[in-house]
Write a protein that binds this ligand. Structure first.
Ligand SMILES: [Zn+2]
Length: 432
């Protein structure tokens, strides 16, 4: 069954879609200009007024928005409504660098549920399903986003949250879970744990996997489908734009359909910022068309992909982008969590006795990302007792976890113990 949650929009003729996009763009531009000082100042600097946006092509005149704009506006500076109209806050983790904070009005939550319902439906979920959500429920958007969409679809939702794989598997078996929602790497870990923990695949009822929040290949898809006995699709979104629900694969599994009635997607050359032609790789840039609390104009995601406007066999007319594998910056995705090497540097910089040299080593064990941080310490701090060494490593690991939201193994090395390349430390070695 290839369900479609909202055929009226999802199969809209492209010409009509462009008209709708333009109407909504004009509203969004006025909304942002009139209610967010950041945008007004940015536009004034560029000598631009809302009435200058006379067609969809004029979108290119609008300055970009970047992640740093969110950090500078911390916490609520980009909100277009007073706080009393905001009914939900989400945020990135982080205690040293300013996190990005996003807000939703009642209307925004309604839209979000609509769009994640579409993504879930496109991936094969329907009202009779039992959906187990193994994303974290908290400040990041993964868990709550798909939760709302699956409830709207009428599925029975189990907010299992992350971790405790044995409990996840017990729930999966006893509650007759048919839809699994998590990162692809955690799904892979679950697949590996089924036999190991003495569960019988035949007792599981899984049929649909909605996976996202990190890059994954079609080879991983094939493995997950074979080992878990389900159909696996990819979905994409980031909190600055909304969260999951921005785009998702249909059962053709040939690209992620962007919900273009709510977002305009552009692909630009990361160097020049100029648009690149269809089919050429570039950075994904999104403009929201219906958001109330936090309208975003031309937000640069840092994610690289190509777009494709060819009609899809599923009947949807929305453009598709390829899976996102690469980024324009040094952001790492570890178990679905965004990690910047600069965050590691900041944490280490505040710990006495730690040198500014470190290396992040990424590997994959049992299909799960492992992060090791090798840290150089002053000779004086290198304790001669094993117990103290272990304690110190744990303390550094705790501090890192607090900041990054993901656990790293910490290994202390002597000064110059981290390999240098032409005098400079190589910050990241990714062996995944
Ligand atoms: Zn399709």
């Amino acid at each position: 069954m290839n369900g479609m949650w909202n055929p009226e929009y999802e199969t809209m003729e492209r010409e009509r879609l462009r008209e709708l996009q333009f109407e909504r763009l004009q509203m969004t531009v006025r909304w942002a200009y009139n209610n967010v000082p950041f945008y007004r100042e940015q536009w004034e600097e560029a000598g631009l007024r809302p009435q200058d946006i006379g067609s969809l092509d004029d979108l290119e005149k609008i300055p970009f928005t970047v992640k740093d704009d969110f950090r500078r506006a911390y916490p609520y500076g980009l909100f277009a409504v007073p706080l009393e109209q905001v009914v939900r806050i989400h945020s990135s983790t982080g205690t040293t660098s300013r996190p990005t904070v996003v807000g939703y009005t009642r209307g925004d939550l309604n839209t979000w549920a609509e769009l994640t319902a579409r993504v879930a439906s496109a991936g094969g979920a329907h009202a009779h399903d039992v959906a187990q959500i193994a994303f974290g429920y908290g400040l990041p958007t993964g868990g709550f986003g798909l939760h709302a969409g699956l409830e709207r679809l009428g599925a029975t939702v189990i907010p299992a949250s992350t971790g405790n794989t044995r409990r996840q598997l017990t729930i999966m078996r006893d509650f007759h879970t048919t839809v699994l929602v998590c990162t692809p790497s955690y799904a892979m870990y679950i697949a590996g744990s089924i036999e190991e923990m003495g569960f019988d695949r035949e007792e599981l009822k899984l049929r649909v996997g909605l996976f996202g929040a990190e890059p994954w290949t079609n080879e991983v898809r094939e493995q997950l489908e074979a080992r878990l006995g389900l159909s696996a699709t990819d979905n994409y979104g980031l909190s600055e734009i909304m969260g999951p629900g921005v785009s998702g694969e249909c059962l053709m599994k040939e690209g992620l359909h962007v919900n273009e009635d709510h977002f305009i997607v552009e692909v630009v050359d990361p160097e020049t910022g100029e648009r690149v032609p269809e089919g050429k790789e570039g950075e994904l840039v999104f403009t929201s068309l219906t958001k109330e609390a936090l309208p975003v104009l031309r937000y640069r995601t840092g994610d690289l992909a190509t777009m494709n406007l060819r009609p899809c066999a599923c009947g949807r007319t929305f453009a598709r982008h390829t899976k996102v594998f690469a980024r324009t910056d040094d952001m790492l995705i570890v178990r679905g969590v965004n990690v910047f090497p600069s965050q590691v540097e900041q944490v280490l910089g505040r710990i006495e006795g730690v040198e500014p040299h470190f290396q992040i080593l990424l590997t994959r064990e049992d299909a799960l990302d492992q992060m090791e941080v090798q840290v150089e310490v002053e000779p004086a701090i290198f304790p001669d007792q094993m117990r103290k060494l272990v304690e110190f490593e744990r303390e550094v690991a705790d501090r890192l976890q607090e900041e990054l939201g993901v656990r790293a193994r910490v290994r202390l090395v002597e000064p110059k113990g981290v390999p240098r390349f032409s005098g400079k430390a190589r910050r990241v070695v990714d062996n995944r």
